[in-house]
Design a binder for this molecule. Structure first.
Ligand SMILES: [Zn+2]
Length: 398
């Protein structure tokens, strides 16, 4: 019996290797798959035949090769299965439908007020959105791999399955909430993860960190978070809370933080913290993006207080990034989130100098700083990859 089980494990591992290669690298030939995965031609042929039979891979024409027979090209069949990705942010739930190649087919948005959201409302939204999105594109006949949900908080749980997850998201009023039974309500699996982690997985699969073994995605908005890729996979720690960089401390007696502590990175580089330091008020409460526009415009116009506030931001953010550089030795740090994107657009060179000034010399010089390619849409996209990742590793949902 043991031998049988291990044969099955080998087949599953080989399938995962080849399917992941096709998903992340696009159309390719059997020979190239063999070269990239180290699997024998016989194994590649056998696994590919299985994937063709499953309907998730298809022939995609032929490539002429020097002298030999033309090579058959294989590609993911986009309609082999579909997935849904959902992003719960501080004021909006966004639900998006994707095909297996992660092309966005349709999307719906559900705004909410005052940074408070009942979990029962989320269940209603997800039911409504699923039905509405599939109606919109006539998609009810396609196989659904599941729904991934990115949330603005810590997700405890070892499996990532919604039935197993406990969520703490102060920013929308969630204290130890769960979504038990949601998988049964929707009729397909639901996976939940922190939004910074889903964004990081999206950047790693399709964005600025594509193909890198060691990278960090830093998200800066009101809140501040990070996702860490080590050896090509998302780093989660023992109970999935790894990457809470926003609550690492850079001061003993700094401003108090919503986490209950003081001096957290977020209390220095979060958007409202920066605005409060500039004007000493919370004048943009709820309209922080307008406030940051005003700050950057004032800085360009030579306003001394604005110049000083931005200089301080760059210095403190550089210090906080240098700590990540020293701890993880990344090849690249990707700056995202709505405020992070403004910083990366206008101030990337300054930020790189500040980071190098505080980091150890060798890892500091090695780490490239870059603006996110995917932008803020990456949370839902990354959440969708949770369902595809599970499909790659373990096969079709029951
Ligand atoms: Zn904190």
């Amino acid at each position: 019996m043991a031998k049988k089980a291990s044969m099955k494990d080998v087949r599953r591992t080989n399938r995962a290797l080849i399917l992941r290669h096709l998903l992340l690298n696009g159309p390719t030939s059997r020979i190239e798959i063999g070269a990239a995965t180290g699997l024998s031609p016989a194994t590649v042929t056998s696994v590919v035949n299985g994937l063709l039979a499953e309907g998730v891979v298809k022939g995609d024409g032929f490539l002429e090769s020097d002298g030999g027979r033309p090579r058959a090209i294989l590609a993911i069949d986009p309609d082999g299965a579909w997935v849904i990705g959902a992003d719960i942010s501080e004021s909006l739930v966004r639900v998006e439908l994707f095909d297996l190649s992660l092309r966005r087919l349709a999307a719906r948005e559900y705004p909410f007020e005052e940074r408070h959201l009942e979990t029962s409302t989320v269940r209603d939204i997800l039911r409504d959105a699923t039905r509405g999105l599939l109606d919109e594109v006539g998609g009810h006949r396609f196989r659904m791999l599941g729904l991934g949900l990115g949330v603005p908080g810590i997700v405890e749980g070892t499996t990532g399955d919604s039935d197993d997850a406990i969520i703490h998201a102060d920013v929308i009023g969630w204290h130890s909430v769960d979504f038990a039974g949601l998988t049964d309500e929707l009729g397909f699996p639901v996976y939940i993860d922190n939004g910074a982690k889903t964004t990081t997985q999206a950047e790693s699969w399709l964005g600025s960190a594509r193909g890198l073994e060691h990278s960090i995605v830093v998200l800066i908005g009101e809140g501040v978070g990070a996702g860490i890729i080590t050896d090509g996979r998302l780093y989660r720690g023992s109970s999935s809370s790894a990457g809470e960089w926003g609550h690492t401390k850079i001061s003993f007696d700094g401003p108090s933080c919503r986490c209950g502590s003081r001096g957290c990175v977020e209390t220095f580089v979060g958007a409202s913290a920066v605005l409060a330091r500039w004007k000493g008020t919370d004048a943009w409460n709820g309209r922080e993006a307008d406030g940051i526009d005003a700050l950057f415009a004032a800085r360009r116009a030579g306003d001394e207080a604005a110049i000083s506030a931005v200089d301080t931001l760059i210095d403190q953010l550089g210090l906080a990034l240098a700590n990540l550089v020293n701890l993880y030795n990344p090849q690249k740090i990707i700056i995202g989130g709505w405020f992070g994107d403004r910083i990366a657009t206008d101030l990337l060179d300054e930020l790189r100098r500040a980071t190098c000034a505080y980091a150890l010399e060798q890892p500091g010089n090695e780490a490239v700083l870059a603006r996110s390619k995917l932008g803020q849409d990456a949370v839902a996209l990354g959440a969708a990859t949770l369902a595809i990742d599970r499909f790659v590793e373990t096969g079709w949902p029951n």
